[in-house]
Design a protein around this ligand. Sequence first.
Ligand code: HEC
Length: 118
Amino acid sequence: MNAAQIGLGLILMAAVGAWQLPVYGQAAAESEQAQMAKGKKVYAKYCAGCHGAAGDGGGYKLLGADPANLTSPSIKKKSDSALLKTIHEGNPNMPSWKGRLSEQDSRAVLAYIRTLAK
Ligand code: HEC
């Protein structure tokens, strides 16, 4: 089992645990809020510098590379796993966060990014 499969497994477990058991609806709503607060913090600390406070790519621009506009509709179309992969592995101009963000923090920040997309 490689890291990607483990990551996917964790994501699936989280999805089932948090959202697919109606009995836990109440708890899920609370933990979603906590996750969102955490995601917002992680974003402000690690991501806003490049992607901009509002996620519109208005932060620091590397030479020739626009940080992705995280509010754009194209983000909305991408799957959680595709976005998590970029956050984990990085891109030519996007740093890799694998070693710095826990699985939980990555998901929290992804959940936060989802709220930025219009
Ligand atoms: C050093 C600047 C920088 C930082 C810091 C940074 N990014 Fe990025 N990010 C980029 C750039 C530049 C791209 C576009 C990469 C490309 O197209 O090759 C990108 C792309 C992305 C994408 C892919 C968007 C798509 O269209 O698939 C996601 C998601 C993303 N960043 C999330 C994050 C998150 C979450 C953080 C904080 C944990 C973060 N980024 C921190 C520069 C940065």
